[in-house]
Design a protein around this ligand. Structure first.
Ligand code: CDP
Length: 247
């Protein structure tokens, strides 16, 4: 997007975003664990107008056999957008964008799944975007994390993801579609959270241009946002397994 067009697109009016949010405010996040009967683990998640379903299968014998690793599980991650999830019908099937998103998301989960506990196995993570409104890779990662826990997969931590953006010169948390499309920059993060604390970054991408200070500010905003999402992920898991009494 050229600067000229950015000037035209008013995304912040009277210090507020077009959807009424503050700069550091997340969209509403709703999470439900265990929504699919056939999957070993599943999750339905909304993040504003994003709606996605994650299904986890495994650990199960990896197939095809030649893919098996005798010392650890292999993880597969498939991000897919339903043809009806976007304004203009998306052609079904994988495209370059979904292949890239699948790869970087899988790499984030490689950091936490205890693969060595499941030799020769496959852990398949499928995420379907039912409705897209920017930040779908982040929302899918958040859903996949919950589905992995629901499947009982041993993990060293949980992955929680959120993006920041720069719109009309301001750093904002969790951009929606217009902010993502017409903003000056967009930066999704995925954090590894263990023992209730952010330990590392497992995914970091950027479109556009940000100064060092803006990146620092965005990182702090993303960390705060991720901790809020983490609490909701945890709540959604506890709700299903009714662990409140043993807390
Ligand atoms: O969704 P995310 O922000 O992770 O990825 P993106 O490539 O930055 O896409 C931003 C948004 O553009 C998506 O969430 C969709 O709302 C929209 N999009 C679309 O309308 N049609 C596509 N084929 C791809 C993306």
């Amino acid at each position: 997007m050229s600067d000229e067009m950015n000037d035209e697109m008013q995304l912040i009016v009277d210090g507020k975003r077009l959807d009424g949010r503050k700069f550091d405010e997340l969209r509403e996040v709703k999470i439900e664990t265990g929504v699919l009967k056939r999957a070993d683990g599943s999750c339905y998640l909304e993040m504003g107008n994003n709606k996605m379903i994650a299904a986890v299968y495994g650990p199960r014998e990896a197939f095809p056999r030649h893919m098996q690793d005798p010392s650890r599980a292999i993880i597969r991650y498939r991000y897919s957008m339903a043809p009806f999830s976007v304004d203009e019908r998306k052609r079904p099937g994988p495209d370059r964008r979904s292949v890239e998103i699948s790869k970087v998301s899988r790499e984030a989960f490689e950091l936490v799944v205890m693969k060595e506990l499941y030799p020769r196995s496959g852990i398949d993570i499928f995420v379907e975007v039912l409705q897209a409104d920017a930040g779908t890779r982040a929302a899918c990662i958040n859903a996949a994390s919950v589905a992995l826990v629901d499947a009982g997969i041993a993990m060293k931590g949980i992955v929680t993801s959120v993006a920041i953006a720069k719109v009309n010169g301001e750093i904002v948390l969790d951009p929606f579609k217009e902010e993502d499309n017409y903003g000056e920059a967009d930066m999704p993060f995925a954090f590894v959270i263990r023992d209730g604390e952010i330990k590392s970054i497992g995914l970091l991408q950027m479109d556009g241009k940000l100064s060092y200070d803006e990146i620092r500010k965005g990182l702090e905003m993303a960390k705060k946002g991720a901790m809020e999402i983490y609490r909701l992920q945890r709540e959604a898991i506890i709700r299903k397994y009714s662990l409140e009494e043993v807390e």
